[in-house]
Design a protein around this ligand. Sequence first.
Ligand code: HEC
Ligand code: HEC
Length: 329
Amino acid sequence: MAPFIFVCAQQATTPQEPASEQVFKNIQVFKGVPANDLIPSMEFMAASLKIECTGCHDGQDYAKDTQTKGVARKMILMQRDINAKNFNNRNQVTCNTCHGGKENPAGTPFPTGVSLRHERLNPAPNTADLFAKHIASAGTQDGPIVRTGTLTAPNDATHKIETLPLEFIQAPGGKFRMVAGERKVMSNGTQTTYGTYPMAGEPAFVFNRIGRTWYGADTFATLERPTVSGKDTIGKAQVVVVRATSPTTSSTQELSFDTKSNLLIRMVNVRRSSLGNVVSSIDYSNCRKVGGMQVPMKVVVTFAGDEQWIMDFKTAKIDPSIAGSTFGG
Ligand code: HEC
Ligand code: HEC
């Protein structure tokens, strides 16, 4: 690597530490910084972004300006500014703090395996067709569906993962009741409660979603402005992704349809906040036919921060005798 040799030779012959601009050809932000600091700083930037020197430089001429060099200069000034204003000039916030080994830092914490970037799909299928195909493939049902099994989730108080017996009843109109040990989440279709408390914000939204999903047209009833955002893979499944944006709830939802089965296998919810996006996902799998309807026997909810509620159902049946009052309200 030519620049290293060059710098070493300069240092050996100059006792009074020349500034970078005296040694190098095209220096703007390292003006006044000792020349022997330049290469270590370059190594620091390359390591923080996990890129080669040539990720920023023209390999033939390191003095030549490139677009990335221009961005890096701005970033260097920003780093100095942040640390001067907030950390008494200590290097507390660095390239690595934000980039952490990536060229593009992630502003949003994503649950593992969840992404909002998809491959373009041309021509894009019609969203109404995708919804209709899901309903046709899953089948429909008028009566309440009762599923029992287990819930594996962190304990509210101790945060230790525990497995509890679970009963989940789902009825038309987004009504549901989920009981697992002491936990009781239910909705009358409009208000979701956790125990005796009304649920608000993102968790309420996620449970509301679970309550209305996979139940015929209810699944898609509240979606606003759906459009196809691309194709992707989830595990081994090829999926088409539909995005729906809701200005009223400040949230965006993404629905992934398995191209083989036509079934909805993932819902991702992105809730905007003034500081950034909160992303959660619900995965549906292991379908079983119950009274003319395919019912997912595994439902995995992954909240922002990667906490998971894993529902493993063992039994499923239709029970028309369940009363409306079961769901509160
Ligand atoms: C993130 C982008 C980035 C990476 C990666 C990077 N550089 Fe630089 N490099 C710069 C910028 C910006 C400057 C100009 C600094 C200034 O304006 O004061 C520069 C200047 C230089 C110069 C001075 C050239 C001259 O004569 O003006 C040398 C030599 C150099 N880099 C070597 C390296 C080496 C070696 C590596 C790999 C270890 C490297 N750089 C990695 C952004 C980068
Ligand atoms: C406070 C957080 C933060 C710090 C510190 C920071 N960056 Fe960045 N950097 C970002 C963000 C955010 C972007 C993406 C901007 C965008 O997409 O418009 C970015 C983008 C870049 C890019 C463009 C990447 C691309 O492929 O388009 C380069 C190069 C870069 N930073 C280099 C650096 C270097 C070198 C440092 C350290 C001197 C640094 N950054 C420090 C947040 C930071």
